[in-house]
Write a protein that binds this ligand. Structure first.
Ligand code: ZN
Length: 152
């Protein structure tokens, strides 16, 4: 028998519900196990404390006050139900709007920015500035410097 099984029998021992063999078994274990003996002492103390509580009578209004408290709690819960369903619908609506927005953003490609360079169109001057500005590769710092210095 392990400690757990013995502890389940200790409560029965304290309440004198064990037969002679069961009691002998538990007492033998308690003699050799400090932890279970401490548990038995705890159970005996608790049992004695419970028995020491004087009997008391509930007031006449106790059942109706319990009933009233339960009904108030139910009413409060019912008060929150519409709020919760509204919140749920709001969250679902918001999620749908986000999905719709993201879907639209993904299907409608942003228009290519139209770069209008009227001051460069048609003017094929071989200036460094034009070459620098029309160059397809990224402008380097020296390109810009050259364009500024050699401005005509
Ligand atoms: Zn034990």
């Amino acid at each position: 028998m392990n400690h757990r099984e013995i502890r389940m029998m200790i409560s029965a021992l304290v309440d004198r519900e064990l037969d002679r063999d069961g009691e002998a078994l538990v007492r033998k274990h308690l003699a050799s196990c400090d932890a279970c003996a401490a548990y038995e002492s705890e159970v005996r103390t608790l049992s004695a404390e419970i028995r020491a509580i004087p009997p008391f009578k509930l007031s006449e209004t106790f059942p109706s006050s319990v009933l009233r408290a339960v009904r108030n709690e139910e009413a409060e819960t019912n008060l929150w139900i519409p709020v919760e369903s509204f919140a749920r619908r709001f969250v679902v609506g918001l999620a749908a709007a986000v999905i719709l927005f993201v879907g639209l953003a993904m299907t409608t490609q942003p228009e290519e920015p139209v770069v209008v360079e009227p001051y460069l169109v048609g003017e094929q001057a071989d200036s460094s500035a034009t070459r620098a500005l029309l160059g397809t590769e990224a402008l380097s710092k020296s390109d810009l410097l050259l364009a500024v210095v050699s401005r005509e």
